[in-house]
Design a protein around this ligand. Structure first.
Ligand code: SF4
Ligand code: SF4
Length: 329
């Protein structure tokens, strides 16, 4: 069978594999269509690079509607505001595009078929059963049924939680061998990158405030703001013009960091931006454009178009625009 022109729908690792395999299987072309941009594809960067190297074409911001007569009709999309997951929502533009397409491969993830559960009187709400228990005594649930598609690591973690819940429910205990669990120190030693006393490194350490928000609490000038992200997490934003560099936040930071120099910073003038050159941060330029400094590199970014912002940073900037606009005034 000739595959002809193949279009793979999706942006995960499976989609990358399918698109690459299509070329190896003799497809005339292999195009991957995705309704957001590459930056938001859930695929690992390495998988994406391998697909590009193999000659897979990428068509971003399109959403398939119908395939017939050798073409795939797609809606053109644009990026909207971030959703609860922090990814920008694809929004229809009203335009369409047609792509050469003889074979469509769907790689957009799977839903759990819950009919089996319903037939057996097991109820799940839309986030699944908390604590691995169900409405039926002695019936537990875990894995995809409970949380939806996830990684192998989360699956392994679920298995442990699941086992603990079963043991707790039946009041059974197990004597684990002493060496079955590593200590906190052993775990940290194994993972060099978890060096606890390392400095907060701006964009790399966006979420240090999972541990604390001390720098926001102790600042007498309210120059460190704890902002709420669309997914409910909080990030610390440093507001340059409010800071008089008293150093208080550096004294209280448990990570031996100087938050006023290392947290992602909102600037109000080009002069301040240039002066405080150690800080990663952004300066609103008017409209939806910002000047950004990240890892020492300075560049302009258009929040309504393609830009070079990493998605976490872009989400912080968009959140400031949408929820904390008063800070920019
Ligand atoms: S005090 Fe330090 S660790 Fe705590 S949120 Fe601020 S920068 Fe992060
Ligand atoms: S150095 Fe700046 S951010 Fe830190 S406590 Fe002082 S005024 Fe606040």
């Amino acid at each position: 069978m000739s595959l002809g022109h193949v279009v793979v729908v999706g942006g995960g690792n499976t989609a990358m594999d399918a698109a690459r395999v299509a070329l190896r299987a003799g497809a005339k072309s292999s195009t991957l269509v995705y309704r957001r941009t590459k930056k938001y594809m859930p695929a690992d960067a390495e998988e994406l690079e391998l697909a590009v190297a193999d000659g897979v074409r990428f068509l971003e911001l399109v959403s398939p509607v119908e395939q017939k007569n050798g073409t795939l009709l797609c809606k053109r999309m644009k990026l909207g505001e971030p959703d609860a997951s922090g990814r920008r929502v694809p929004v229809e533009t009203g335009e369409t595009v047609e792509i050469n397409c003889d074979t469509v491969v769907s790689a957009v993830g799977e839903q759990v078929d819950t009919q089996f559960l319903t037939d057996n009187g097991i109820k799940l709400d839309n986030i699944g059963c908390p604590a691995f228990i169900t409405n039926l005594e002695g019936v537990f649930c875990g894995g995809d049924v409970r949380r939806g598609p996830a990684t192998v690591v989360e699956c392994i973690a679920d298995a442990q939680g699941f086992a603990n819940q079963v043991l707790k429910t039946f009041r059974t205990s197990v004597n684990f061998p002493k060496d079955a669990r590593s200590s906190r120190e052993e775990a940290v030693a194994k993972r060099g990158i978890l060096c606890e006393s390392a400095k907060c490194e701006g964009e790399r350490c966006l979420s240090c405030n999972v541990v604390c928000e001390s720098c926001a609490d102790v600042c007498p000038n309210r120059a460190n703001i704890s902002i709420e992200m669309p997914d409910g997490r909080r990030e610390i934003l440093h507001v340059d013009r409010m800071c008089n560099e008293c150093g208080n936040c550096a004294v209280f930071c448990p990570y031996d960091s100087a938050p006023y120099r290392e947290k992602f910073t909102l600037f109000h003038s080009k002069e301040d931006f240039d002066e405080t050159e150690g800080n990663s941060g952004f300066l609103p330029l008017g409209g939806r454009k910002v000047l950004v400094r990240l890892g020492g590199e300075v560049f302009e970014a258009d929040l309504d178009g393609e830009n070079a912002l990493p998605k976490d940073i872009e989400c912080v900037v968009l959140t400031v625009f949408s929820r904390y606009g008063y800070l920019m005034g």
